[in-house]
Write a protein that binds this ligand. Sequence first.
Ligand code: 5RP
Length: 235
Amino acid sequence: MTDLSPIDKAKFVAAKRAVDYVQDGMRIGLGTGSTAAWMVRCLAEKMQAEGLDIVGVPTSTRTADLARELGIPVISLDEAKWLDLTIDGADEFDGELNLIKGGGGALLQEKIVATASDRMVVIADAAKDVTALGAFPLPIEVIPFGWQTTKALVEETLINMDVLGRDTSLRMNDDTPYVTDEGNYIIDLHLRRIGNARQLSLVLNQVPGVVENGLFIDICDVVIIGHGDGRVQVR
Ligand code: 5RP
């Protein structure tokens, strides 16, 4: 692993440390994104090396495909019912371990899976460490029906919120809207700084048409921060 770029090294060392939390017999939520993909690879290696009996619940079709390819048994959340541990990436985390997630478009399954876990461990490179959430656009998942009305209602809601920016944009995939694994759209909220993430999360989920938002409040237990020089911090 000496030829990795600093950013990939940071993701890799965080992922490698995170699989230390894995024990034989565990049901594990498998996150989505480039950092989580490193974790899936590290987990497959650990399972082989130590002969561990583990099942994974993936948070996206991408992660499910990767896990199966690497020989990790995959089951649904309803089959697992409850999980011992979820390991996932994040777009931002703050000092209270609250997160913005959903840059990869998998926030809905990620939030359901993390919430159904005894413990959520987040793996991230140091650039994701922020004093206040919001520089990264906050994704919200909305149903396609009436999405423009939903977007307008969200914009109206933001007027009363403690945020610096209020621009919103429909996430696109070339010329068509990006579609999530659940068949929904993503609207990105360009808020720049979120003053009260807990309140914002509650208010956004009240808007009809919003399925879920990318704020993870009081869900994450541990953040493992990887650095480009190979150092790892645990918070
Ligand atoms: C996907 C996510 C990812 O965990 C988040 O976007 C971080 O991705 P990466 O590890 O590629 O930076 O929330 O929905």
